[in-house]
Design a protein around this ligand. Structure first.
Ligand SMILES: [Zn+2]
Length: 372
């Protein structure tokens, strides 16, 4: 994530801190009247985020148990985000991963309550500024983390728990739709409460939940569509190409004529590079229209086979940050695969196959080479 500082690596996962977190820490420190209160306030805030971090590791380590790795964890002022490499397909695994985070806070809260109980204190925070009041506040922090995270709304853990429970009896797309609907309803309730009581932080959360519900529903639908498909079913069969010695000017003409977002650069019938629209615009500004394509083209290509499974291919391209990839079938160039268009093409091809009442097949068209 942008504007994040790496603060460490635990259990093999990088932990990043968003800079806004430090700003908020400063604001908390400056709000207090005495230095002691400022230090105590900042320390509580740091401990709060240590609890959030342990919560995220609850998710991460449970996911690892099911063979899912995590790219990194980022701590934002609104909470932690663990970027899992993928979501589990098995609803039982999803349930376990979702519940593991809040369970960490249940354990921390339980330990703090036991400590206070042994010391003869109540877990309800007192006004006194001592070690006990600190433990009391941290107890309340952990209880709120459990309650807040178990609200049945995406992207909160409770939303995933609800979806996993529904997915045990319904198909995953319907389960996600219902869970997303509940999430949107919660968002509206949050927004109403926020406006009535003028709690603007809650309004911010309402927006976050509303967007999270929509994003989650879309992601699941895309996964349901692409599950079991191969690259050849989701590629563009129309390609446009040019030779590596061609100029940027002819590249522009070729792109305009073909209305394609990328050009394959050929050398002796082999694809040696690619030029996407944004690269071309940038190169025209910097180097001028007479520059040969070979000088500015991308050479970090990923070649795909039309018969390889779609989902891992999408992951490979997104991990490499590559916008498109040439597709081969039995040694011949048959198309271009573009991740952002894949789901739409696949849906069209499936609809067409359903209309013709035959199973979808890998199209074996000739590469057009030239755009018509
Ligand atoms: Zn969580």
């Amino acid at each position: 994530m942008k504007w994040s500082l790496k603060i460490g690596r635990w259990w093999g996962v990088d932990v990043q801190l968003h800079v806004t977190f430090l700003l908020l820490l400063g604001v908390i420190g400056l709000q207090e009247e005495s230095l002691r209160a400022a230090i105590s306030g900042m320390l509580l805030y740091v401990c709060l985020f240590a609890c959030v971090l342990l919560h995220e590791f609850g998710h991460v380590l449970t996911a690892r148990h099911y063979g899912i790795t995590t790219r990194d964890i980022t701590l934002l002022p609104i909470g932690g985000v663990a970027r899992l490499e993928r979501l589990p397909d098995n609803p039982r695994h999803e349930l376990a991963i979702a519940v593991a985070g809040p369970l960490v806070n249940v354990a921390l809260g339980g330990a703090l309550a036991a400590f206070l109980w042994l010391a003869g204190r109540s877990p309800i925070p007192s006004a006194a500024l001592d070690a006990f009041s600190f433990a009391q506040r941290l107890f309340v922090v952990n209880v709120s983390l459990v309650v807040f995270n178990l609200l049945p709304a995406f992207p909160m853990d409770g939303g995933r728990v609800l979806r996993a429970l529904l997915a045990m009896v319904l198909d995953p797309v319907r389960a996600t739709r219902i869970a997303a609907g509940v999430g949107r309803f919660m968002a509206v309730v949050f927004a109403g409460v926020a406006l009535y009581y003028q709690m603007y932080v809650l309004l911010f959360i309402a927006v976050f939940v509303w967007l999270g519900a929509g994003g989650e529903a879309r992601a699941t639908e895309v996964r349901a569509v692409i599950g079991g498909a191969v690259v050849g079913q989701a590629m563009q069969t129309r390609t446009a190409s040019l030779a590596s010695h061609d100029s940027l000017e002819s590249a522009t003409q070729r792109m305009l004529a073909g209305s394609v977002p990328e050009l394959l650069v050929l050398h002796e019938d082999r694809v040696v590079g690619m030029l996407v629209r944004d690269d071309l615009l940038e190169a025209l500004k910097r180097h001028g229209p007479g520059t040969p394509v070979a000088q500015v083209m991308r050479t970090d290509l990923i070649f795909l086979d039309a018969a390889e499974p779609l989902e891992p291919a999408l992951l490979r391209l997104s991990a490499a940050g590559v916008p498109a990839a040439p597709v081969y079938w039995q040694g011949r160039l048959v198309g271009v695969f573009r991740p952002d268009a894949a789901a739409d093409i696949l849906a069209l091809r499936r609809a067409q196959a359903a209309a013709d009442n035959r199973p979808p097949v890998i199209p074996r068209t000739q590469p057009s080479g030239e755009s018509r």
